[in-house]
Design a binder for this molecule. Sequence first.
Ligand code: SF4
Ligand code: MG
Length: 331
Amino acid sequence: TPPVLEVRDLQRHFTAAKGTVRAVDGVSLTIGPGEVVGLVGESGSGKSTVGRCVVRLDQPTGGTVRINGTDVTTLSRRALRPLRKDFHLVFQDPSSSLDPRMSVRQIIAEPLRLHRLADRKGAAEKADALLAQVGLRPELGDRSPHELSGGQRQRVSIARALSVDPSLLVADEPTSALDVSVQAAVLNLLADLQRERGFGCLFITHDLAAVEYLADRIAVMYLGRIVEQAPAAELFAAPKHPYTQALLSAAPVPDPEEQRTRERIVLGGDLPSPLDPPPGCHFHTRCPLATDRCRTETPALRTLPGSTREVACHLVTDDGTAPDATRAAVS
Ligand code: SF4
Ligand code: MG
């Protein structure tokens, strides 16, 4: 079986008054059936744009997106329509994507009707079953989405996305607009449903704890490019790219004692603009290890021999030896 998602050299450039914005600048990633890939990075790194290009809310300006082996990059909206049941996007803020004139039951059932997968009665029954599966009481089916809490609304949008059994779910910060108190519950729900149903998932987030919990593999984005990609456990055990090291060292750890003693990198400056990104390694303006070479020569994203890890840094050697940016920043 082909991968549920195969993205090759994806680009999303657009022209602004001051020049070309390279929001996504050559991203490649693959998601196998039932696999969860976490896409992490600061806000402005281009990760949401990757998600929007995958589901064709944004049109890529280069590269290809294949879903279950079919190249959907340049399909017309019309040709894309029947394929849309295979991939769904769950947004950060569900309020904007749930029609307030419809009942919760109608919202969940709508994709089934659009794709002619059920008649009115069958769709309503399936919607009720889905309500239960996402942990909502049956009587909520008659309500309007604005009568629900944020957490309940996100459960509804998950139920709606899963109604047609997609093989790919793109979840863009699905919990970050919710109260902290309900974030974990919605995340657990997503993890349970993914295990039960086995859909592939592109999980876009800046929440490292969430991605460590959910993802099989993690891709780290910086200014429109992936700088490191590895199995989640490997990435957390030994981040190789200086930017990944910085991200992980800045993440809060549950044990306050460890937090205090851990070496931390404080990244200097803000994320540069994707309009005219720095030449060479995009990260060189903030990397404590940058050399002259980094300022002119772009490091290729390459797979380290004998592993499935990809990393784009001049200082990481083929045997996986990597510099320790945390030490460099402290000394
Ligand atoms: Fe830092 Fe240079 Fe590696 Fe870029 S290539 S991450 S600037 S050491
Ligand atoms: Mg975003």
